[in-house]
Design a protein. Structure first.
Length: 193
């Protein structure tokens, strides 16, 4: 069993996370741009078309936003680890649906990318995209409408403890499964195996 000591999650969240209005805003901005018209933000604080910005949820006293606090809180709750060191950055991106998360995990004991790939390949609701077979890393278009969460880019995290740190790319359709839940369940499979 792998004991998780630290998790850093950078979440790239589709406009559908803001509901149908978010999707409509991206679509209308696309039409305006194609027609040569000025693109303006309404629901979002600025135009989302061709843009990326920190999640538009309310800011917290510590400088993070509400969505980042939620990701930290839910990760600890789901993993049953109240004092887990979690760092989160949530960003709004101009895709219609499906969120992506860059996960950096540090464990108490050694774990290799091959071990993680083997564990996740047998996890229900997860599909590992193995780039060594020539497959492209997962992206929002690949998972839109899928019940499965796709995991790719399973590799050593050279910024963490030697032999104990992994980096993964997780993509899931948040309209079918909660945004933070996708990434946290991937971590859960690794620490239970």
């Amino acid at each position: 069993m792998a004991h998780l000591e630290r998790m850093t999650a950078c979440s790239y969240q589709a406009v559908s996370g803001a509901g149908l209005a978010g999707m409509h805003e991206l679509e209308s901005q696309t039409r305006a741009w194609a027609a040569g018209e000025k693109v303006a933000g309404q629901l979002f604080p600025r135009p989302i078309l061709f843009n990326v910005f920190p999640h538009n949820s309310p800011r917290q006293p510590d400088g993070s936003n509400e969505e980042e606090h939620k990701l930290v809180r839910e990760s600890r709750r789901i993993l049953g680890h109240d004092h887990l060191r979690v760092s989160a950055t949530c960003v709004r991106v101009p895709t219609l649906r499906a969120h992506a998360v860059a996960l950096h995990l540090e464990f108490a004991n050694a774990i290799s990318p091959a071990q993680a790939l083997n564990i996740l390949a047998h996890a229900p609701g997860v599909r590992v995209v193995d780039e060594s077979n020539g497959d492209q890393p997962a992206d929002p278009q690949m998972v839109s409408g899928l019940d499965e969460v796709l995991v790719s880019r399973i590799r050593v995290d050279h910024g963490g403890a030697s032999g104990k740190s992994l980096a993964l790319w997780v993509v899931g359709d948040q309209l079918l499964k909660g945004a933070a839940l996708n990434a946290v369940q991937i971590v859960e499979f690794l620490i239970v195996a």
